[in-house]
Design a protein around this ligand. Sequence first.
Ligand code: FES
Length: 576
Amino acid sequence: MDARLIDKSKLPSRHVTEGPSRAPHRSYLYAMGLTKEQIHQPLVGVATCWNEAAPCNISLMRQAQAVKKGVAAAHGTPREFCTITVTDGIAMGHNGMRASLPSREVIADSVELTMRGHAYDALVGMAGCDKSLPGMMMAMVRLNVPSIFIYGGSILPGSFRGRPVTVQDMFEAVGQHSVGAMSDEDLDELEQVACPSAGACGAQFTANTMATVSEAIGLALPYSAGAPAPYEIRDRFCMAAGEMVMELVRKNIRPRDIVTLKALENAATVVAASGGSTNAALHLPAIAHECGIKFDLFDVAEIFRRTPYVADLKPGGRYVAKDMFEAGGIPLLMKTLLDGGYLHGDCMTVTGRTIAENMEKVAWNPDQDVVRPVSNPITTTGGVVGLRGNLAPEGAIVKVAGIPPEKQRFSGPARVFDNEEACFEAVKNRAYQEGDVLVIRYEGPRGGPGMREMLSTTAALYGQGMGDKVALITDGRFSGATRGFCVGHVGPEAAVGGPIALVRDGDIITLDAVLGTLEVDVSEAELATRRSSWAPRPISATSGYLWKYAQGVGPAVNGAVTHPGGAHETTSYADQ
Ligand code: FES
């Protein structure tokens, strides 16, 4: 394809490269070594979340060079830039976790601003950690210029005394160590071998869940999300993405042509089928919001309810992302779901073809047991369940992948904590009883602020062997690595006076993932009495980004978003 055939008069970059008045702008581009021909070609933003904060994103700059080669080979002019990330594995268990979910907004906003400010015509967005994947996809849909998403790839599994291990074993080792079940020496040895390479956390935690979404929603090339980060084959996908984004420019295929309601349903389907992270119930509504589609927690939960759970992936199952890639990748999962009637095959993708067309040459691999056929699922409903009840009128979510149905109901007295630290302290000191329902509140999007994940607490419980002997509910979130009966996203959150703020120690709470209910056994009259004496608490952030975030963030049920979204837009960036 020859980019000189592309009519630049409708592309955003005409505002910086065409006509005599743009001579100063062009002089800046010449200053960076661009030729006249390159300046007048479409400008393609190559956005990465590269930094040295964590292994998740460390390989992205290498991979970006391959994307740039692909763009250039297809007569586009790549312009690389980086945005931030906050890496949950390091932000976990302290106040840094408040920065995690807000970072999704900063990533989307910063990519938007770079693209707008420099008038780029297309985007290849590369991300490798939990919030950077949805943040990058949100930016694509928001800007609505032709775009392709590239995942940085997952980490390789570690090996501890012959046993494959992931960072999940590391968090749970802290719990084992706290009760004397692991020595200082073993903890030290494990931490040195658990994470042996570049790449995002290897199990079906949030990053791999959203990477699975990127292919199913149609924004990533088939197979591109599966290869682990250290594999050089990733560069071939990156090169192809660079070439293909120019094809999308030529055909004017845009993210909102791809991310439709049906595509969002496909995305929720692969999350459920792979026992993916509950965080998808935040991120899918947020991506939908960018294009003005209503798709909230209940819509996600409805898909989860009717989708078979077929991919045997950690943390609920046995395998990691590398195994999935070797078995046949995400197309293998999508193939059985499509054949079973669980995916919409007519959705457009970044290949310029539909999901069904992309799947035409995908053959079922019978010599693997990572992904089961939908005719023989692990369980007939998805690995994640939506809940509603008098404790969660705006919904809540629980991951049940790996939990047998007879253990998906739990009833017990509440033990209430007003932040995660208080609960972690109680868990560390074993100051709780078997059968308790631990309630961690004032950790929602606004109240935290930042809706922290509670992995340190849940992993410590699991490490103490109590993962299935207590339940935990919160208006915060859980990591994709969380195991046990843990209900998150309880809404409305405590900070805005939701019923979770009214719970007291000893109230009987019942969670039932089979019925989809979350109830506290307190009469409406008593709840009303308690509500009359409830007063909002000052939030901990009194200035800076977290203060700003707390002022504007919306409820978890709609994805904890911070702006009016596509429904309120008069003209998208791509058409300006
Ligand atoms: Fe980055 Fe898990 S901490 S993917």
